[in-house]
Ligand binder design. Structure first.
Ligand SMILES: [Zn+2]
Length: 59
């Protein structure tokens, strides 16, 4: 099993983790209405997901 040769200091470990979350923030845009929406979620604006209405349209 692979083992780290030297112990990574508390500061170095924390420093590495600082840019992890910031790089992972991503949003998709709805192909139906073009609004930003969460990936893998139905659009909160038009209720479409994968090209068809999932949530009954709010009229
Ligand atoms: Zn939409």
């Amino acid at each position: 099993m692979a083992l780290p040769k030297t112990r990574i200091s508390r500061a170095r470990g924390r420093k590495r983790r600082t840019h992890y979350k910031a790089a992972n923030v991503s949003y998709g845009s709805c192909p139906q209405c073009g609004q930003t929406k969460m990936p893998h979620r139905a659009c909160p604006n038009c209720g479409y997901y994968r090209g068809r209405p999932v949530i009954s349209a709010t009229e």
